[in-house]
Design a protein around this ligand. Structure first.
Ligand code: ZN
Length: 138
């Protein structure tokens, strides 16, 4: 069995940002040499997500608006978590968008459905944070 573990690092300019990491996951897959197996991609922080969806800017704006309605950043004082920090909304947003994705690897490629891309979802940005890619197979 072959395995590869790789970390991707991010430092976003905004609090909330979605970054298409598909090409970086495909590069890790090529590096692994795995033809048949599984690829896990997970956020290493509890205020960020990894998710799969369409790479369409209108949809991403809708995601941001929807998340802000469900878990608004302001007023910061409305959250019990925000004692000495201000990121309660980011923890909630991460719960909605999830921690990780697992993608099947078939014939050396990520086995996606139509329009599927992998995204890093940042909800408490402007600091260095990372994602783990773990690939196993043969
Ligand atoms: Zn926190």
């Amino acid at each position: 069995m072959k395995t590869l573990a790789k970390e991707l690092w991010f430092e976003t300019k905004k609090r909330l940002e979605f970054i298409d990491i598909t090409a970086r996951v495909e590069a890790a897959l090529a590096e692994s040499g795995v033809r048949e197996g599984l690829c896990l991609v997970n956020a290493m922080h509890i205020t960020a997500s990894v998710f799969i969806n369409d790479n369409e800017s209108g949809l991403h704006a809708d995601f941001a608006d929807w998340l802000e309605k469900m878990a608004p950043h302001e007023p910061v004082s409305s959250y019990r978590h925000n004692v000495g920090e201000d990121n309660a909304d980011a923890h909630l947003k991460r719960q909605i968008f999830g921690r990780e994705v697992v993608v099947a690897i078939t014939e050396g490629k990520l086995h996606f459905g139509p329009w599927e891309r992998i995204f890093y979802g940042e909800f408490d940005g402007k600091r260095r944070k990372r994602v783990l890619i773990k690939i196993i197979g043969e």
